[in-house]
Design a protein around this ligand. Structure first.
Ligand code: SF4
Length: 105
């Protein structure tokens, strides 16, 4: 019996926008630490939004995050904002229920 040789998989090249992302090295701003409180989240996302506002990758990044149902802050949107736009992550969104309740008043 002959062993089957499996060729190593080549990694797909990263899209141009990931290579030019203004958030490179700033993951702490874009993904919450465990147990993040609502006020801290709001503060973190405000700072993340400022970084996104100057990023050349805003549109493709937002499209990617929506299509991949990502968690975290991508393309100027929080996961709550993506969920509200109809692109909810496939895992539960922390704070979404409270956000909807406060929006109803
Ligand atoms: S738009 Fe925001 S999250 Fe997307 S690559 Fe740029 S800085 Fe990063």
């Amino acid at each position: 019996m002959t062993a089957v040789e499996i060729a190593p998989q080549e990694e797909a090249p990263r899209p141009w926008w990931m290579e030019n992302a203004a958030c490179r090295g700033k993951s702490d701003l874009f993904f919450p630490p465990p147990g993040e409180r609502p006020a801290a989240r709001e503060n973190r996302e405000t700072r993340a939004r400022q970084v996104c506002g100057s990023c050349v990758a805003l549109t493709p990044c937002q499209d990617f995050a929506r299509s991949q149902r990502e968690l975290g802050f991508w393309g100027g949107e929080s996961e709550i904002e993506r969920a509200e736009a109809g692109y909810a992550p496939t895992t539960p969104v922390i704070g979404l229920r409270r956000h909807r309740a406060s929006a109803r008043g």
